[in-house]
Structure formats: structure tokens, C-alpha cells
Ligand binder design. Sequence first.
Ligand code: COA
Length: 467
Amino acid sequence: MFSAVRSGVRAACRFHSGRRVSSVGLNHRVIAREVQRSVVSRWRGVHTSPAIASPLVTFNLPDVGERMATVVITEWLVKEGDTVSMGDALCEVQSDKSAATVYSPYDGVVKELVVEEEETAHLEKPLVVFEVEDGATGAEEHELKQSPPPPAESAAAETTPPTQLPVSSGKVLATPAVRHLAAEKEVNLADVVPTGKGGRVVKEDILNYINSNTGPTVSGPVTPPPSPPSPPSAEDRVEPITGFKLVMVRTMTESGRIPQFGYKDEVDMNKLVELRSLLKTRLSEGGVAFSYMPVLIKAVSLALVHHPVLNSTVDPDCTTITYRADHNVGVAMDTPLGLIVPNVKRVQEKSVYEIAVELNRLQSLGAAGQLPPVDTADGTFSLSNIGAIGGTYANPMLLPPSVAIGAFGRVKVVPRFDSEGDLERGHVMHVSWAADHRVIDGAEVARFSNRWKNYVENPASMILDMK
Ligand code: COA
């Protein structure tokens, strides 16, 4: 069951002071500097006094996307007393729609964490109190001092086009304390294998790296090897359901209340397998990975043109239905940070190649934990290619407020009889659709599926209907 599908799940992004800034192509220290100008000047004379040598400044919760009024602090990455630099990660937060990392707009000392972990923080209400360095309440003055060379990985992120981001090129996630330890031991964080939550480098990773003797020469006292992991507990363990799991609880509980119509079919993939093998080599020369998905997504859009009710959204009490103009097709992604459902926007206007490029971009960002909410927001239809992992059949569950979702099983090679009755080698894939049965009847789903299937089984026919 696809209970793991949830709306707008994890999107580790960067936000500051009401400005939503995608991390793509930007380094967060630059973002923090930009934002500091507005943040500090807004606070000048409110929370700080230029006469005080080390003023306290209150950092309010910035907009974490879509002007969410509240978020839950899932994890503090700093503690009171920590010295942080502008752009250091402060905490992970989770809204109903996405997750985000909040970064420090200051160099300074964390004096107070205003909101506890697992508690709710409110938009533009105090989050952290800092003692800022050198009394820098004047943003411009502070700005002039903020020109350290960016870390290598940040600089790369700034110049690398998003579509070419390799999976490993995301910024290394680590707390200030861990960064400090890495600097002290002269360890490049990018060389360390992260084992912490969300792909974060933790202290033990650095110690393991040093002890592995494969790293650079380190100075300072020899650190004792980390203790071996404890054996699995023989006792039951109870833990609260929080953060992303809590979002899944809410979304899927809401989905479970909707009467859903399920429809499944088998798709002949022979022609698409052949077409893909031709195009895959061509596109890989240009650095674009080409799977079945771009064609499957485009076929959905072409079929939606004839069955627009499947691309609609309903309000919570199901009294109005909105036929959505754009085909923003969400794709469930299995990433190191968890399940994410970014969407390819305006598929109806995109070529298969453009969809492939966009999917590559979303996959790279997802793998690096850098998907901004703009990419997860406003999906109108969803697909889940669980076959990329395995399985033949699936029962997808709706992501409200959208009214339809499809799931693909694995493409399998099976024996088949051709029209002459001869046995041949065939490629088949199973598709499973779920639709909101309050507003869509089964016949409409079947007709939509037939049309989609016809495109997929005869990809050449798509050309006729593409604009
Ligand atoms: N059957 C057979 N092979 C498949 C396949 C399928 N259904 N789906 C993907 N593949 C192949 C691809 O063609 C590609 O082959 P290649 O290495 O020869 O090029 C390879 O598997 C890797 O494909 P992938 O990188 O996964 O790309 P994709 O575009 O097919 O799928 C995602 C992209 C994001 C959908 C996929 O990576 C993913 O995360 N799937 C899991 C979704 C999930 O968790 N769903 C459950 C939600 S509850």
C-alpha cells in the first residue's frame, strides 16, 4: 500500500525573513547576507540598541513557504551558548506541506532557543535570541565584513546549473559544532560519509573518518575510536510519531476518509522499451538521464486533455470542484531524506525532452535534500513509480485535494502470444489508478486509462496530439 505517499512532503529549503529563496544556484551564506540586510534593518531600534556592545537580537520565524502560519520544530541543530556563523543551520521545521531548514542570519552566540523541539513556532514570532558579534546592529556595516570565501561546496552550488547537479553535490549538512570539529581536525566535510538524520554529518562520522586512516593527516590529540553500536534491544520501544511521520498520519488519514475508486490494467511496454533505448543513449550524451517516466508523464497530460475532471481539486467539504488549467504532475520520489512529491509544472506545454530535464533537476534536488516548496506545491495529479524499486501491483492513495493518482509496477519481461499466436518476448507493466469516487465515476477512470494506455503502447501516436 502506498501509505507513504503524502502531500508536499519533505523539502529541505532555505528561507529567511519572509523571503522564500530556493537554494538552487545560490549559496546560503549569500542568501543569509542578503536577508540580514532586511532583517537587521527591520529590527533596528526595535529589538536592539546601537549603544550596547553586544546587543541581543530576536530572530523571528521566517516564512517557510506558502505563508504557513505555524510549523513544528522537528530538531534544533544548535544549542544555547553555541557560536554560529551567518548561514549555519539552526533548526529543521515541518509545516503541513513541507519541511525546511532555517539558517542563521547572524554571526553571534545563541542566547535563547525560544521554542522547544516538537513544539509549534509561529510565523514572525520569536524563534532565537542571538547575541550578535561586534555589536553589528547596523546591517550595512556588518555586510562589509561578511565577505569570507564561501566553502568549496557552496561555491559549486552557486555556479552549477541545477539540471547538472550530481547527487553528491548538495551542501554538506552538519551542525556548527560538527563543522567546528571538522575544521579543528582539518577534515573536509565533503569527504565524510554522513550517517546522521537527513544525511547530516555527525561527530561520530568525523571520528570514524579520522580513525579510518584514509583521510588527511590530522593534528591534535588522538581521538579514541567510537564505541561499537549497541546490540539491538530485546525490548519493545515506544516512540512518539512526530515530524514527517505526523504529516503522513494527517494526509493519509484525510485520504482514507475519501471513497476511492481503484482501477488496474496491464500495459504493453514493448514499443516504449525500444524507443527509450534509442533515446536514452542520445540524451545521455547531453547529460540527461532518460527513463520511462517522461513519456508516462506526457501521456498522462495528453489523456487529461480529454478527461479534465481527473485534473481537478475539490474543497475539503467537497462542495466545489475546480478544474485545474495546468497539468502539474507530481512524482513521488524516494530520497535519502524521505518521500518527496515534487511536481513537473505545466506538463501540457512541455516536450518529453523538457519533462526529462525537469525530472532530472527535481531528482537531483531531492537527492541533495534541496527541493524548495515551490517544486512540491500546487500539484494537480500524482504518479508513483514504485516499480523503480520493485513490485508488480500497488494501491496508491489520493493526495487531497487532488482527485486522481496513478502507480506503476516494475516493467517485466514475460512470454506473450502475438496476433499470429506465436510466442514472443513481451515487456509489460501494471498501472493502478485511484480516483475520488465522490466526483469521478469508474467509467471515466477507465476511459482515461484506456487513452493513456494507448499513448504508452503506441508512443508514436503521441506526436499527433502534441502541440
Ligand atoms: N520498471 C523497470 N525499470 C524501471 C522502472 C520500472 N517501473 N522505473 C524505473 N526503472 C529504471 C529506469 O528506467 C532506470 O533505468 P536505467 O538505469 O537503465 O536508466 C532505472 O530504473 C532508474 O530509474 P530512476 O532513476 O528511478 O528514474 P525514474 O524516472 O524511472 O523514476 C522516481 C524516478 C523519482 C519516480 C524514482 O526514482 C523513485 O523514487 N521511485 C520511488 C517512488 C516511491 O517511493 N513510491 C512510493 C510512494 S508511497
